[in-house]
Design a protein around this ligand. Structure first.
Ligand code: DX5
Length: 229
């Protein structure tokens, strides 16, 4: 299976988000990620569900909501109703992570759990049966344009082993500092979904060329020469 390339819209022109979403779809992205930030869990504030709902008609690909918020349980339904087919919560923000992930599925979306760079892979060991995607953050969340933390790669490899041993169909996503220079290490460690924001938006040959470039490098560097899944 081809690795998935998923842009973050954090670097987009917020005065024309609908057009920006359409342009990302034209560029051949696999999904679009909305970095939802509450100004408490991370020191930044971004998209409410109504903004995402307004952009939904402009997209031909799925939406995922990355909830970097302190109270995800209270917001799950709002982001599913806004049109997010995948809702990602932070393990660090969930007292009852297993129940929160199950709730996302009950609402009709796929569930994702994100781990900050310091959070060990073992945190997801007992919730894999309720998870459709594990996101290993390769920056400390809150802002785009940060430096990739290569020290997370051994954790990505451990999560890859856990997923493979489980026999479950679970995506392994990385997010933060993903460029043509860093994606190879993340792919080799076992990631199969890649979030890119600032590098993709700054790519001189445009977003379609950036997507192709990232997809090719990820495919070439996946374990056993093909995508990890
Ligand atoms: C951090 C954000 C960023 C964003 C991608 O909270 O989640 O990682 O999606 O940003 P770049 O690709 O610019 O590092």
């Amino acid at each position: 299976m081809q690795p998935l390339i998923v842009p973050s819209v954090l670097p987009a022109d917020f005065s024309r988000l609908g057009d920006e979403v359409a342009e990302l779809c034209d560029a051949g992205v696999d999904r679009i990620q909305w970095d939802v930030m509450d100004g408490v869990f991370v020191p930044n504030l971004t998209f409410g569900p109504d903004v995402i709902a307004a952009c939904r008609p402009h997209s031909t690909v799925g939406f995922e909501a990355h909830l970097m918020v302190v109270n995800p349980d209270e917001l799950l339904g709002r982001y599913v109703d806004a049109g997010c087919e995948l809702v990602i919560v932070h393990a660090e923000a969930c007292t009852h992570l297993h129940r929160t992930l199950a709730r996302i599925r009950q609402l009709g979306a796929r569930s994702g759990v994100s781990l900050n760079p310091h959070t060990p892979a073992e945190v997801v060991e007992h919730v894999l049966d309720e998870t459709d995607m594990v996101l290993a953050m390769t920056v400390n969340p809150g802002f785009g344009g940060q430096k990739y933390i290569a020290a997370v790669e051994p954790k990505v490899a451990k999560i890859r082993r856990m997923i493979d041993e489980s026999g479950l169909d679970i995506e392994l996503e990385v997010d933060g500092g993903i460029t043509d220079k860093t994606i190879a290490g993340a792919a080799a460690a076992g990631a199969d979904v890649f979030i890119s924001g600032s590098w993709m938006y700054a790519y001189p040959d445009g977003k379609a060329a950036a997507v192709k470039q990232l997809r090719a490098i990820a495919f070439e560097n996946a374990p056993n020469g093909e995508a990890a899944r």
